[in-house]
Write a protein that binds this ligand. Structure first.
Ligand code: SAH
Ligand code: SF4
Length: 386
């Protein structure tokens, strides 16, 4: 039975080595297998030609390489691509690829829905459905890389240096900024992050993998010890009263605690700053007074501030700050010496922008398709060649 097989996408190097060891195999076999699965994106064991025949037979019987089924793929006019993955029982999660001149970023989901329920987030608005498994998290990267590299016709050159290989990758960065709060799915997240970093799997440097959190303080501390990748913190408000309203988790871990956790994280972080994300909400968090308060907050942690445009969704009742206001706001912060970037929206014509990910399988994409004239195609997995 398919579902009794072990899905290799969910095993980090240590777990795969244990498994292969239990089957009587040597550790180098596990590494070979890992490269076939993650680097070459191969899911058919018979195609793994340099593995011993009896090992392949054992794998075919007891293991699988299985990403979630894809329902749709959408491509935005700006090149952003979004995949909708079916997680069963009428629920779906989304993964977004954002190509830029100097990098390609994959935005990965960690949960179906989210329990944090931030006021401005359509994922939160949907409520929580379930945690994703390690295999389901890694499967998003496995799938996207297979599709994108097949499209780009890119071949990995044997003998290329790790740095050169990293620079030419279609997916050069992963951000855990899709649906869900990654640090509330910690046990499944960490092996997934380890695979992203593993040289026998995706080989990304710790600086190119970012976990974004609404501020789950104890788990930030654990991450700093277990797998210290780059960290983004969703700040969105410069005082506790407002943050309590916008990011309800603030009632549990208020700003003082959050900022202290950021400083502790920095001792282990691969970058010497934390990224603070701040969603621009008209009249809510974008006044001069907020700018003054934010300067004080930002001075307490080595940080870069990312001013994200609010991507509206109908039920939020909130509006995006007007451009002129954002310019003044950003200038005040920069004048105070805070490194500030004003992020543009990508992929909003296919509802792939930050906070628009709601993963509704049925009507949403078809409605969006009719409304926007966006190219949507349904692709059975078997028909996409790697
Ligand atoms: N749960 C994590 C990661 C997923 S959300 C977190 O909250 O950090 C990724 C980013 O998108 C976060 O900074 C989040 O605050 C932001 N976001 C959520 N809803 C948004 C919206 N409607 N417009 C713009 N950004 C939004
Ligand atoms: Fe959850 Fe992040 Fe959305 Fe808040 S912003 S509801 S933490 S996904």
């Amino acid at each position: 039975m398919e579902n009794e097989r072990i899905n290799l996408l969910g095993l980090d190097a240590a777990a795969l080595s244990d498994l292969v060891g239990q089957w009587g195999g040597k550790p180098f076999r596990a590494r070979q297998l890992q490269r076939w699965v993650h680097q070459r994106g191969v899911d058919a064991f018979d195609d793994m030609t340099d593995l011993a025949r009896d090992f392949r037979a054992q794998l075919s019987e007891r293991a699988s390489v299985q990403a979630l089924p894809v329902s749709t793929e959408q491509i935005s006019s700006d090149g952003t691509r979004k995949w909708l993955f079916d997680v069963g029982q009428g629920n779906a999660i989304e993964t977004v690829f954002i190509p830029e001149d100097d990098r390609g970023t994959l935005c990965v989901s960690s949960q179906a829905g989210c329990a944090v329920n931030c006021r401005f987030c359509s994922t939160g608005h949907q409520g929580f459905n379930r945690n994703l498994s390690t295999a389901e998290i890694v499967g998003q990267l496995w799938w996207a890389r297979r599709v994108l590299e097949a499209d780009a016709g890119s071949a990995r050159l044997p003998g290329a240096t790790a740095k050169a290989a990293e620079d030419t990758r279609v997916i050069s960065n992963v951000v855990m900024m899709g649906m869900g709060e990654p640090l509330l799915n910690y046990d499944q997240l960490v092996p997934a992050l380890r695979l992203m970093l593993d040289d026998n799997a995706y080989g990304l440097s710790r600086r190119r993998v970012t976990v974004s959190t609404s501020g789950v303080v104890p788990m930030m501390d654990r991450l700093s010890q277990d797998c210290p990748v780059a960290l983004a913190v969703s700040l969105h408000a410069p005082n506790d009263a407002l943050r309590d309203e916008l990011v309800p988790l603030n009632k549990k871990y208020p700003l003082d605690e959050l900022l202290a956790a950021c400083n502790r994280y920095l001792e282990f972080a691969p970058r010497d700053f934390i990224t603070f994300e701040y969603c621009r909400l008209d009249g809510i968090n974008d006044t001069d007074q907020h700018a003054r308060e934010l300067i004080q907050i930002a001075r307490r942690v080595r940080c870069k501030l990312n001013l994200i445009p609010f991507n509206p969704f109908p039920e939020s009742g909130l509006k995006r700050s007007p451009h002129a206001r954002v310019r003044v706001f950003a200038q005040r912060l920069m004048d105070a010496g805070i490194i500030t970037t004003v992020r543009k929206t990508r992929g909003d014509d296919i509802a792939a922008a930050c906070g628009q990910l709601a993963g509704e399988v049925q009507d949403r994409t078809r409605v969006a398709e009719r409304r926007m004239g966006v190219k949507t195609r349904t692709i059975p997995i078997a028909k996409v060649s790697a």
